[in-house]
Design a protein around this ligand. Structure first.
Ligand SMILES: Nc1ncnc2c1ncn2[C@@H]1O[C@H](COS(=O)(=O)NC(=O)[C@@H](N)CS)[C@@H](O)[C@H]1O
Ligand SMILES: [Zn+2]
Length: 478
């Protein structure tokens, strides 16, 4: 499937680079004959698997139980929560027939699973002792997106939709769970070496049926932000609709308070976009399908010894849990370097006759650090080499984000700042002022109550009307 002809566009031409690298690094095959649906190549599927292993570990480690609900939702349930319907009625796919038989109740393909899960929550929750519920599932969901679809970014079948849903005795407990979700997401993106900005979405952008929405945004190389996660406080909107109640200590029936929080394969789009370079992917070691590639330098003499040494090293590194490949194809080394750099392999180790004689190897990390390492005890060195590489990825991404966050004291300054990144402005919270800002900047109000080490909690006059405002992030978005 590899297409060596021609070269990858420069990353500065991000849209072309992104589409091309998904093909050349064998992540996704976009030729599937349904708009917004794409095929995972095996290498890409490995990247997905390692990424979601981290996410599962964080969820399981913070008291969530993984589960699985049906894909099909009866229209009777789907149509129960008014705001939810309004928010999704233009996006939901309907199944109307089973074979030649028309269904008496049309079935929705889940766009998200509130209306599949919450009728069951009503059966599960009787007393206080049944709370909290903290479950998640990693499933495919379907949204008839009318905006420009893009692999990993805006899909009609979201293949890797991690949705968590919780139920609590009180509103405050649910609010605390939203905070837990946000710190879990921050840890997850830190594992991917991706810095994020967390903010509270304006009310017109919150999840349909939620009290409020907290969002996690990453900044992509083209200066647009990508919403890579959200956490919603649902209050009692859904528990009132689906009658999810528990008997409290006084014997009163109380509606539960709920949250839900989701991440899709956009997390992989962010890892590809934020870290990639002109030679292809640059993958954080924790998620790289191949963490170390060994290149035997085959010469006439000692060819067999070199091959054997490469295989022995592979076995030794795999024994420590690393994902290792030996590339002994009949290709010149440069072609091999190109192949694995395209696939973002964090560490390359060259083994040749000179190395055998010297008892060393030449190692190169994907960001260009070259070093000669002792062959003896090499396996013990790799984790720190990879950790240092991940640290450099994190620093570079952090620097790239902060260099594109600009405090803007006026609408004109916000127009300039949002051409390349994120403007931080004071906004009074009035929708009319937001519309004025969005119109002038051709960007969006991402949110308020901003949480990011580099963005202060400034207060000051709204840049439109002059009334008291608070710091708000503005950016062009996907
Ligand atoms: N069409 C899409 N393609 C890829 N990812 C998407 C798409 N729509 C939403 N997402 C991602 O999925 C996340 C969760 O979606 S959501 O609508 O905000 N929230 C929910 O559906 C809630 N039920 C929480 S699970 C979003 O933050 C966004 O990162
Ligand atoms: Zn204002």
């Amino acid at each position: 499937m590899e297409d060596e002809s021609g070269s990858l566009p420069p990353k500065s031409d991000f849209s072309a680079w992104y589409n091309d690298v998904l093909w050349r690094a064998e992540i996704m095959d976009v030729r599937y004959p349904v708009k917004g649906l794409y095929v995972w190549f095996p290498f890409g599927f490995g990247l997905r698997r390692h990424t979601y292993t981290i996410l599962r570990g964080l969820l399981d480690g913070s008291g969530h139980d993984e589960t699985l609900f049906p894909l099909l939702i009866p229209k009777t349930e789907f149509m129960k929560e008014a705001e939810h319907i309004k928010g999704f009625e233009e996006e939901v796919y309907w199944v109307t027939h089973g074979g030649l038989t028309e269904l008496d109740v049309p079935l929705a393909l889940r766009p998200t699973s509130e209306t599949a899960m919450y009728p069951m929550f009503a059966l599960w929750v009787r007393s206080h002792a049944d709370l909290p519920i903290k479950i998640y599932q990693i499933v495919n969901t379907f949204r008839y997106e009318t905006k420009h679809t893009r692999p990993l970014i805006r899909l009609r079948e979201i293949t890797s939709f991690k949705e968590a849903h919780t139920a609590h005795a009180t509103w405050d407990e649910a609010a605390a769970q939203v905070e837990t979700a946000l710190s879990l997401y921050t840890q997850f993106y830190d594992d991917l070496c991706i810095p994020v900005i967390i903010s509270r979405r304006p009310d017109w952008d919150k999840f349909p049926g939620a009290d409020y929405t907290m969002a996690v945004d990453a900044l992509m190389p083209d200066g647009r932000t990508l919403q890579v996660g959200t956490a919603h406080h649902l209050g009692t909107h859904f528990s009132k609709t689906f009658n999810i109640t528990y008997e409290d200590a006084t014997g009163e029936q109380q509606f539960v308070s709920q949250t839900c929080y989701g991440i899709s394969e956009r997390c992989i789009a962010a890892a590809i976009g934020v870290h990639g370079d002109d030679r292809g992917l640059v993958l954080p070691p924790k998620v790289a399908p191949v963490q170390v590639v060994i290149i035997p330098i085959i010469m006439k003499k000692q060819a067999e010894e070199v091959r054997a040494a490469a295989e022995a090293l592979k076995a030794e590194l795999e024994a420590t849990g690393l994902r290792v490949k030996v590339d002994d194809r009949e290709l010149r080394p440069g072609a091999k370097y190109y192949h694995w750099e395209m696939r973002g392999v964090p560490l390359r180790i060259e083994v040749g006759p000179r190395d055998l004689a010297a008892g060393t190897v030449v190692a190169a990390t994907r960001d260009g650090e070259k070093m000669t390492l002792l062959r003896a005890g090499l396996a013990g060195e790799i984790p720190s080499v990879l950790a240092a590489f991940a640290g450099r990825l994190r620093e570079q991404a952090e620097a790239s984000l902060t260099s594109r966050i600009v405090q803007a004291e006026s609408v004109d300054a916000a127009v300039e700042a949002t051409k390349t990144g994120i403007a931080v402005v004071n906004w009074c919270g009035d929708e009319a002022c937001a519309e004025a800002i969005e119109k002038e900047t051709n960007a969006s109000v991402l949110g308020t109550e901003v949480r990011n080490a580099h963005i202060g909690k400034s207060e000051g006059a709204c840049i439109v009307c002059g009334r008291p405002g608070t710091s708000t992030v503005i950016a062009r978005t996907y």
